[in-house]
Design a protein around this ligand. Structure first.
Ligand SMILES: CC(C)(COP(=O)(O)OP(=O)(O)OC[C@H]1O[C@@H](n2cnc3c(N)ncnc32)[C@H](O)[C@@H]1OP(=O)(O)O)[C@@H](O)C(=O)NCCC(=O)NCCS
Length: 174
């Protein structure tokens, strides 16, 4: 995605090694130094999905990051959205929205996963089409406020096809 208005060119791209330091600092600022002790990190023992590791750059500077991990939902592989962070002084300018919209388009086009799950801000994700996951009886690996869990369908009727709960959310085997 490209926006060449004035001198604030904004673009979304796959992250490279040159983004790693900026991503680390975005994550530390947004989630704190102890972020890896949160239960969601039980689901991320391995690397993220490379084709969905996105950054947003303004005038060449990395100002936002969004990644996804594959996880098991019962017997199927789905995507876990996050972490997502935008530089504090640039929040509210639509960068988070652009990252999510771009990533959901890429994930849909890949046609590899039926669903995206997020453990996130309750009021933020519904605007993208996420719905509460609570009715599906998820068994999450650790403490979680159930209302934070939300699903997005990448494939039609993916939610209707889920078996009745409890449905374990787990890291990929091995
Ligand atoms: C959450 C975050 C990524 C949003 O990024 P952003 O670039 O400020 O978001 P946008 O400008 O794209 O906002 C899009 C919309 O969401 C709203 N919004 C922003 N943050 C929100 C929040 N925490 N809860 C609810 N709505 C929020 C905006 O007001 C805007 O609403 P609008 O469509 O009515 O205009 C950013 O605030 C951030 O990095 N927060 C700290 C880390 C974090 O909480 N990450 C998400 C964890 S799930």
């Amino acid at each position: 995605m490209q926006n060449d208005k004035a001198d604030h060119a904004v673009d979304i791209a796959l992250q490279t090694d040159a983004d790693l330091a900026a991503i680390e600092s975005l994550m530390a600022e947004a989630f704190g130094e102890k972020r890896h002790s949160r239960s969601v990190w039980n689901l991320r023992p391995g690397p993220p999905v490379p084709e969905l590791c996105l950054v947003i750059r303004e005038s060449g500077e990395t100002v936002g990051s969004l990644r996804f991990w594959e996880v098991m939902l019962g017997e199927q592989r789905i995507l876990l959205l996050g972490p997502l962070a935008v530089r504090p002084d640039l929040r509210g300018r639509g960068f988070g929205r652009q990252l999510i919209a771009d990533a959901l388009t890429r994930a849909t086009d890949a046609a590899k996963w039926p669903l995206v799950l997020v453990s996130g801000e309750v009021d933020y994700y519904p605007k993208f089409g996420f719905v509460p996951a609570a009715p599906y009886g998820l068994d999450w690996p650790g403490f979680i406020e159930a209302e934070r869990l939300q699903f997005f369908e990448l494939m039609p009727d993916a939610l209707a096809g889920l078996p009745s709960g409890p449905l374990a959310v787990r890291a990929l085997p091995g």
